[in-house]
Design a protein around this ligand. Structure first.
Ligand code: LLP
Length: 433
């Protein structure tokens, strides 16, 4: 991300110091770099154009689809930006679909995921005229067919039986999984046959998603090849192959970030070559990244409220948020880079410190043993990097904490895109009499 210390030693994004934004909007505050989001989208698009060797005249929609997985973070401003850039959208719930439609996202560019879509969700999506469903159970196939008035496009989600290296909670393509139809014992084939046999359903292709924060992208290619071979053996026509999301970002120096443009070019090019070699028809290729479109593009700003010495242990630096807006460390043991928003004096020594939230449990950790300057004081601010995905969207009101505000920065401009919650909003469902 384009973070740097400016001449006044202030950590900055675009042309703005993060402290100036924190002064203006208060903390905790999530700040996105819009230029970084746009640059990343562009890299994805260029990757496909390069990999598939597309001419300038070729229409993207005929060859590839980049869907934003809105669960990573969705709000009206971002959804409109994604729509303007020509992306498609992945939603997994009534709420995500409702917000997307309210934001004016074109319904026909939205597809609906989920292992247990309710009747209400299916009805709502049909009424809205979404692009397609990604069917994930036999029950769902019946439900869509029963409820549809007109023909509706359906893709079938496969479980390819591949366990990728990532946290167990965010693996999805392993054999023992609630997602997709297993390739084994004819289950996926049965699902596809069922869709094809349903009069209201139009089978458009296959989907798989292996997991999230997958640091070795070669597994996506291997899975795509496996699925194409399987489909060929089963005589299943594949017009469209969606390979899901899961491309990694860098949280800490040792993490491997997916190198978007060459990575997509390589993936798409290799599938094209494979199809040529095997004499398969090249399907339209789809991906649905969430984290790698926005995760690296935001920081969360906090203010230090107390610094507690514990003899014999690293001191505790408590900030004004916590696991209510930063759950990934407690949930997955995720590690982040944490920087002071004012550069430490060059003679300051750095010591490991426990950066913790203000919620009432010891698991409320932002970062364990994080190197921070000894000069850090109460009132200073910290920036936690790469909090653009699965932070706001996973935030909660535990301890009746309020969800933070979200701001977008572009160059020297900043815009509030989600307001800070207030306590009356949180309490609005209480029955007082
Ligand atoms: N497609 C499907 C079907 C998915 O289930 C997901 C993520 C994505 C795409 C987007 O994956 P991404 O590109 O963002 O890795 N809360 C967890 C992540 C859960 C991901 C769920 N599905 C976390 O904070 O790491």
């Amino acid at each position: 991300m384009s973070l740097y210390y400016n001449d006044d030693q202030k950590l900055s994004m675009g042309q703005l110091s993060l402290d100036s934004l924190a002064d203006h909007y208060q903390t905790p505050l999530i700040v996105y770099d819009q230029e970084e989001i746009e640059a990343t989208i562009h890299k994805y698009q260029e990757g496909f154009r390069q990999g598939l060797d597309l001419s300038d005249q070729a229409k993207a929609d005929d060859f590839y689809s980049i869907s934003y997985a809105s669960k990573a973070f969705s709000n009206v401003y971002l959804l409109r930006l994604m729509a303007d850039w020509g992306l498609d959208l992945d939603v997994v719930s009534y709420g995500e679909l409702y917000l997307a439609l309210k934001a004016g996202f074109p319904a026909d560019r939205i597809h609906f995921h989920g292992n247990n879509k309710s009747l209400e969700e299916i009805k709502f999506a049909l009424q809205a005229g979404i692009g397609h469903f990604v069917a994930d159970s036999f029950e769902e196939i019946d439900r869509i067919n029963d409820l549809a008035q007109d023909e509706v496009d359906v893709m079938v989600r496969l479980n390819p039986g591949i366990a990728v290296q990532t946290h167990a909670y965010i693996q999805t393509g392993q054999e023992d999984s609630k997602f997709g139809f297993s390739l084994r014992e004819g289950l996926a084939k049965q699902a596809i046959d069922k869709v094809i046999a349903c009069p209201k359903l139009n089978f458009i292709g296959l989907h798989f998603h292996l997991g999230s924060q997958v640091q070795d992208p070669s597994v996506m290619l291997e899975t795509a090849q496996l699925v194409l071979d399987w489909a060929h053996d089963q005589e299943i026509p594949v017009q469209f192959l969606n390979m899901g999301g899961g491309f990694s970002i860098q949280y800490q120096e040792e993490d491997v970030a997916f190198d978007v443009q060459p990575g997509i070019a390589k993936l798409a090019g290799a599938i094209m070559d494979y199809c040529q070699e095997k004499d398969y028809q090249l399907p339209k290729l789809g991906i649905e990244p969430g984290r790698s479109l926005v995760g690296h593009t935001a920081v969360t700003l906090y203010e230090v409220g107390t610094i507690k010495q514990v003899p014999g242990y690293p001191s505790y630096v408590s900030i004004d948020g916590g696991m209510s807006d930063h759950i990934r460390t407690a949930l997955y043991g995720a590690e982040y880079t944490i920087l002071p928003t004012t550069k430490a004096p060059s003679n300051s020594s750095w010591k490991p410190k426990q950066v913790v939230g203000k919620l009432c449990e010891s698991g409320d950790i932002i970062g364990k043993n994080k190197p921070l300057p000894q000069s850090l004081q109460v009132g200073d601010r910290l920036a936690v990097l790469a909090t653009g995905a699965y932070h706001y969207s996973m935030s909660s009101n535990y301890n009746l904490m309020l969800k933070p505000a979200v701001v977008f920065v572009k160059g020297k401009d900043h815009k509030l895109v989600t307001k800070r919650q207030d306590i009356d909003q949180v309490l609005q469902n209480e029955v007082f009499d």
